[in-house]
Write a protein that binds this ligand. Sequence first.
Ligand code: SF4
Ligand code: SF4
Length: 304
Amino acid sequence: MGEVRGMIFDIKRYAIHDGEGIRTTVFFKGCALRCRWCHNPESYRKEAEAALRPMRCVGCLRCVEACGHGAISEVEGRAVTDFAKCVVCGECVEVCATGAREIVGREVGVDEVMREIEKDVVFYDETGGGATFSGGEPLMQGEFLCELLRGCAEAGIGTLVDTSCYAEWEVVERASGLAGGFLCDIKHMDSEIHRQFTGVGNETILENIRRLAKAGRKIVLRMPVIAGVNDDDRNVEAVGRFAAGLNGGVERVELLVYNRGGWEKSRRMGGRYDVMDGEGVSAERMEAIAERLRGAGLDVRIGG
Ligand code: SF4
Ligand code: SF4
């Protein structure tokens, strides 16, 4: 059997917000959810896609000539892209000297990713860090994820899986036997509101978290706090009850500050993803939410 391969869109070294210590975060491409506040909408689709950073474009029009698929045309001296016609050939990236054009997503083998992760073993050892597999949704590429988790385990590198927990239990279970722990997103406790803002209900997610807790896995719950979406007392109370009801299975709850970057990125992808230009909550409100959760007996941290 050949080497297992997967689709990623980035590998970030020296990450400090994706678990304890200094970490290398591998961003998987592809996700079944469509969170309206997502700060990585370039991870939605599993396939590679073309993107454009308009601020970097100097109007040289070399990409217009390079694109043999009619996806880029000159309009009043500007290179205008019709992403619907793009076949992701990468020719425009080759000729763009400013880095305005890029292909997001590439297929990689397990060995290549492991080589990158292993570069910083000394930092992991010194800081209690390791590798974090994030996305997108790493559980959507279960075999690739498990091979990476196995590789890290063999190399003595700690691992975390940063996940929506929206996956078949069999996949979660397989990964859980290899991973050091899970960073599980919790977005809303009301399934209908969850569906409204993410595209799916929360039943599978909550059940997987319960099962992970029952299996004694290390779990950190992470809640992106979005004003007017999930910051109300009723939802916060429900999160507290759920987390506390996992009988000590939750190591910590992390309240994540809203990151507007996704909205800008969706524009880079030709505006084809419906990411909201949302708002976070004030520092005072965030502290009040944290206090309410602490009242449920939980260890709470603001920020990842
Ligand atoms: S090649 Fe790059 S800099 Fe030149 S017009 Fe195209 S996007 Fe802009
Ligand atoms: S990736 Fe290829 S098809 Fe898409 S815009 Fe660039 S040159 Fe055209």
